[in-house]
Design a protein around this ligand. Structure first.
Ligand code: F6P
Length: 367
C-alpha cells in the first residue's frame, strides 16, 4: 500500500514541468490521498541536508501555465559521481547515491517520480536497481529521448523558434539580408528541422547530416537569381561541417559532465559573408527556447504523463518511463531508454518533406 511518494525535476528545465508536478500531485494527493513530497534541486534535494516540501492542492494551484519548475532543477551532475572540490580547490568526484536511498527511506517514500532527460533517467534506473520504486517522466526541449514520440517542452521550444523565424523573416526581407538562426537541440536536430519547415526557412543544418557549404551557396544563389536577396538559415547548435567536430563554448559544463555547444551559427554567418556581397546577421535563440508558458500541447502531454506515472506506481511498476506512442500514453523499461538518443533519420519522412519543399539540408537536393 503506497502512503507517500517523492517527485523531483532534474537537468535543464523545460516548459511543462509545473504541469507534470501538478498532475502528479492532484492524482496522487487528491485522488489517492497519498502524501506527496516535492524534492528540490533534482537529486541534490535527497542528499544531506535534504531539501523537500510537502505538495498539496494549495502548492500546485495556478502553476499549470507557468514555465520553469516550482521544485527548481539542477544540472549539477550524477549522484554516483558527484562533483566537489577538495581542500586545494581541485575537482573530485564522490559517490553520494547511498544518501539518496537512505533519505528516501527516512522520508517513508514508497516510490519516486523522476522528471528529466537522459541523465536524470539514467540515475533513476540505477536507483531502481537498488530497490527504490522509480518511474521516469521524459522531458526535454531537445525531443531526443527514444521510445516516446514526444517529450514535453519540445512543442513550446519549437513554437518559440518558429515565432522567432516569422519575425526574422520580415526584417531579413526588408533589408535584403541573410539571417542565420542558431537553435538548441544538442545532438538532435528536431527543433532546427521542424522550425525550418514551420517557419519557411531556406536552409536547415542539423547534427544528423554533416553539411557542406557549397549546396547552401547554390541554394542562396538560385534565390538571388530569382530576385530574392534575403535568405533564412536555421542551424541546430550541434550541426557540424562535414569532416569537422562540433563547435563548443566549453568542453564541459560547470560539473564536467557535458559539452556546452554553441557558435556554429556565427561560423555559418562568416562563410556566407565571405561568399556573398550581402550582409548577414546571426541570432542565437539560446535559453529563450526553454522559457515561457507551455503550449496547450505540452500542458496536456505533461499532464497525461504525470497521471500515468502515478498509475504506474499504483500498479507496482518500477524502472519504467512513461511515454507517448501515437495517441496512447504507455510505459517502457528505463533500460531501453537510457544511453540512446532519438535523432532524425537522415533519409526519413521529415528530411524528405523538407527537401521536397526546397529546403537545403547542406547536401545536394535530390533530383
Ligand atoms: O538539453 C536542453 C538544452 O537546452 C540543450 O538544448 C542545450 O544544449 C543545453 O540544454 C543548454 O544547457 P545549459 O542550460 O547548461 O546551458
Amino acid at each position: 500500500m503506497i502512503q507517500a511518494i517523492g517527485i523531483l525535476t532534474g537537468g535543464g528545465d523545460a516548459p511543462g514541468l509545473n504541469a507534470a508536478i501538478r498532475a502528479v500531485t492532484k492524482s496522487a494527493f487528491l485522488h489517492h490521498r497519498w502524501q506527496v513530497v516535492g524534492i528540490e534541486q533534482g537529486y541534490e534535494g535527497l542528499m544531506d541536508p535534504v531539501q523537500t516540501e510537502p505538495l498539496n492542492a494549495a502548492s500546485v494551484r495556478g502553476i499549470l501555465p507557468k514555465g520553469g519548475t516550482i521544485l527548481h532543477s539542477s544540472s549539477r551532475g550524477d549522484p554516483y559521481q558527484w562533483p566537489e572540490e577538495d581542500a586545494d580547490g581541485n575537482r573530485i568526484y564522490r559517490d553520494r547515491h547511498k544518501e539518496i536511498l537512505r533519505n528516501a527511506d527516512r522520508l517513508g517514500l514508497d516510490g519516486l517520480i523522476c522528471i528529466g532527460g537522459d541523465g536524470t533517467l539514467s540515475v533513476a534506473k540505477r536507483l531502481s536497481d537498488e530497490g527504490l520504486a522509480v518511474i521516469g517522466i521524459p522531458k526535454t526541449i531537445d525531443n531526443d529521448l527514444p521510445h516516446t514520440d514526444y517529450t514535453f517542452g519540445f512543442n513550446t521550444a519549437l513554437t518559440t523558434a518558429t515565432e522567432a523565424l516569422d519575425k526574422l523573416h520580415t526584417t531579413a526581407e526588408s533589408h535584403d539580408r541573410g539571417m542565420v538562426v542558431e537553435v538548441m537541440g544538442r545532438y538532435a536536430g528536431w527543433i532546427a528541422l521542424e522550425s525550418a519547415i514551420a517557419g519557411g526557412a531556406d536552409v536547415a543544418l542539423i547534427p544528423e547530416i554533416p553539411f557542406e557549404m557549397e549546396p547552401v551557396f547554390d541554394k542562396i544563389r538560385s534565390r538571388m537569381a530569382g530576385g530574392r536577396l534575403f535568405s533564412l538559415v536555421v542551424v541546430g547548435e550541434g550541426a557540424t561541417p562535414a569532416g569537422r567536430k562540433h563547435i563548443v563554448q566549453e568542453t564541459s559544463n560547470e560539473t564536467g559532465c557535458q559539452e556546452r555547444l554553441g557558435g556554429i551559427g556565427e561560423w555559418v554567418t562568416n562563410q556566407l559573408e565571405e561568399e556573398f556581397d550581402v550582409s548577414t546577421r546571426c541570432v542565437v535563440l539560446g535559453h529563450l527556447q526553454r522559457g515561457g508558458s507551455p503550449t496547450a500541447f505540452d500542458r496536456i502531454l505533461a499532464t497525461r504523463f504525470g497521471v500515468k506515472a502515478v498509475t504506474a506506481l499504483e500498479n507496482g511498476l518500477s524502472a519504467h518511463m512513461v511515454c507517448a506512442r501515437g495517441k496512447e500514453i504507455t510505459t517502457v523499461p528505463l533500460e531501453e531508454v537510457t544511453g540512446n538518443l532519438k535523432t532524425i533519420p537522415p533519409h526519413g519522412h521529415m528530411t524528405v518533406t523538407a527537401e521536397k519543399l526546397g529546403i537545403c539540408l547542406g547536401r545536394p537536393l535530390p533530383a
